[in-house]
Write a protein that binds this ligand. Sequence first.
Ligand code: ATP
Ligand code: MG
Length: 173
Amino acid sequence: MNRHRAFYIGRFQPYHLGHHSVIQKIAKEVDEIVIGIGSAQKSHTLEDPFTAGERVMMISRSLEELDTTYYVIPIMDVDRHAIWVSHIRSLTPPFDVVYSNNPLVIDLFSEAGVKIKKSPLFQRGAYSGTEIRRRMLNDEKWEDLVPKAVVKVIEEIDGVQRLKKLSKTDSPG
Ligand code: ATP
Ligand code: MG
């Protein structure tokens, strides 16, 4: 019997409990999960502060207690939507279903004939990369919005300080 493998993609800047809840749900439905780290080439900007390697650490360590087999694959942008699905296919283990709630992702995979399952949103107000980065910059509590393993990784790489430094060099004057 072939194993059912699902694909899930995000930028994970950082990986948070919204993503984690989706992965836990997917884990109940398939045998293996392929997690794509989008915009893998980006780091050290206010929108994309963490490197692909740092994001691999966040995800792998958060999923350690999960029974399901998973693969975490960094995927650089190609900036050509028409070839994006083939680009992903060329880098990942084969998968037969994609979980997403992003309209463009859904559109591109459906055009390519891939089965889509809509992933639900969990507390989107707080469980959001943008909101977590905003809290980090403003010295507000962000730690309860991410898995404990992610707090450790961000501490280890001094991630909040990095973000604050970036905000200084980015602002005018
Ligand atoms: P950013 O604000 O930086 O865009 P994000 O929270 O949207 O961060 P992404 O890495 O852009 O996170 O999202 C990856 C995928 O996870 C997207 O399809 C997004 O819709 C989904 N997602 C984001 N937040 C949640 C959530 N709270 N619950 C379920 N899915 C989510
Ligand atoms: Mg997003």
